[in-house]
Design a protein around this ligand. Sequence first.
Ligand SMILES: [Zn+2]
Ligand SMILES: [Zn+2]
Length: 243
Amino acid sequence: MEVIFLGTGGYHPNERRHTAGVAIPEARIVFDAGTSAFRIPKVMPPGELNVFLSHAHLDHVCGLTYLLAPLLTGYFTSCRLYGTAATLQAVRTHLFAEPIFPILPGFEFCNLEDVISCGDCVITSRSMVHPGGSMAFRLERNSKVLAYVTDTTANESYVDWIRGVDLLIHECSFRDPDEKWCQPTGHSHTSAVAQLALAANVQQLYLTHIDPRDLTDDPVDLDQARQIFPKTVVAEDLLVVRL
Ligand SMILES: [Zn+2]
Ligand SMILES: [Zn+2]
């Protein structure tokens, strides 16, 4: 299957990266709907859509408003939104408050259960530490497994949950010198993510949720990450990974 990074930035978009979104077109699944969500119809054929929301912070949900047109035109025949009750409530009452966005698209709001069957995929979710909380997801399809872990501070408490996955997509908001910001903001730094990937013995690590203020070609210190876990890649918008 193809995994397409729609948006690889955190917080706000910049000239290089839109905010959070990962698409698996064959499974008709998207994780998060940040500013990159305008790209969903470009990579996903017409039909039904399933969006799994890690949490309701704007860099992960603001693009839900962009789905109005493809739903109204019938390009997408349905859109299930999966999230915690708190996330779905925040989306419904705040993002789609009438003064902010006057039309609520025809979403089907679905509370996250521990295990969800979605087409030929099985999705498992896990609660993560982040201000206001966030959810991580594990997707299994045709004996391949990927984990999408964003907006949390990397630590070994969930190493077993991601152990041996074929693809670990993990946030990396800070370089090591800015580690002090990880706890107060609920984000991760380079070495902690690489050490987690090593401990979990994952097949490959793709870093996302990159600090948008850093416009250099090396916003996470990739050499540092690869010294710990060689199979590390910094994701870019519209990068395609085949599993
Ligand atoms: Zn975020
Ligand atoms: Zn967040």
